[in-house]
Design a protein around this ligand. Structure first.
Ligand SMILES: Cc1cc2nc3c(=O)[nH]c(=O)nc-3n(C[C@H](O)[C@H](O)[C@H](O)COP(=O)(O)O)c2cc1C
Length: 260
């Protein structure tokens, strides 16, 4: 099939998913357009993709699932038998039902999934787990995944008969409850409101950036990562508890898994 454009639809609060999806995309021989859902969006009309577009959907795994916020934004997009591939990054624990859920949700909206991949990455809550991943070797895997996808989309005339199997179970795991709410250190915060502007969930008030709305905060750690004053932080006690728990169940040397 003569392919048209590569559509990159991703959510990446602390940037690892973005790195992986961009490396995958670099190996795909099509002009690309990005839809960065990490920036808070007002829901607008749906972007409809053509049968000869190719969509790459990329997410971080939250609680073994697709982040709920990403699912909300997914309604903005629809395919028309459009081939799609998936990328999930996870913090070296497990990705459980995330690929299955993403595949199911994407296909509900008119896409046909032809490839899926799970990449271990630095844990966005406890950064010592999988520290600095994706590393060179991970990015090579991402690039090779892109090469394989490129080969498939060039070779096939129709994607209707693709029946990709990915790991995961239904009913999906229950979402965990976020308890790690970043706060502002009042002695460091300059009220520049940069955190409020970049918060994907709109949980920080533009007028009073020292306040976090606990009902909206998804604990993605974007504000902690990007605050230039280093004023945003999670309580050391809670972070230590999370680190103790996660260190036991995560393996920093996990390998990427690719399904084609
Ligand atoms: C709220 C939350 C839940 C998470 N749940 C999981 C999980 O279930 N399994 C896992 O291995 N990593 C988990 N992680 C780690 C992220 O999936 C991982 O760090 C990911 O690469 C972050 O992507 P980003 O840099 O694009 O934001 C979680 C992180 C957060 C913030």
């Amino acid at each position: 099939m003569k392919m048209n454009e590569l559509k990159l639809i991703y959510f990446s609060p602390t940037g690892t998913t973005h790195k992986v999806v961009m490396e995958t995309a670099r190996s795909i021989d099509l002009k690309s357009v990005s839809f960065d859902l990490t920036i808070k969006k007002d829901l607008k009309p749906v972007a409809k993709f053509a049968p000869n577009d190719f969509a790459l959907f990329a997410i971080p795994v939250y609680y073994g699932r697709v982040p709920a916020l990403f699912l909300k934004y997914l309604d903005l997009f629809s395919g028309n038998g459009t081939p799609a591939a998936l990328v999930a990054t996870y913090g070296c624990r497990e990705y459980e039902d995330a690929l299955l859920e993403l595949k199911t949700e994407v296909e509900k909206r008119g896409f046909k999934v032809i490839g899926a991949a799970a990449f271990p990455a630095e844990h966005s809550i406890v950064n010592s787990i999988g520290a600095r991943r994706p590393n060179k070797a991970d990015l090579k895997e991402a690039s090779e995944y892109g090469i394989s996808l490129n080969r498939i989309i060039k070779k096939e005339d129709s994607f209707a008969s693709f029946d990709l199997k990915v790991p995961g179970n239904t009913p999906y795991r229950k979402y965990g409850k976020n308890v790690l709410f970043p706060k502002a250190d009042v002695s460091l915060c300059t009220e520049c409101s940069a955190c409020a502007k970049i918060c994907p969930a709109g949980a920080i008030s533009l007028d009073n950036p020292k306040k976090t709305d606990h009902d909206k905060c998804i604990g993605c750690m974007k504000c902690v990562r990007f605050c230039k004053q280093k004023a945003r932080y999670v309580s050391a006690f809670k972070l230590n508890m999370a680190a103790k728990k996660l260190t036991k169940v995560c393996q920093s040397d996990k390998k990427a898994e690719i399904f084609l």
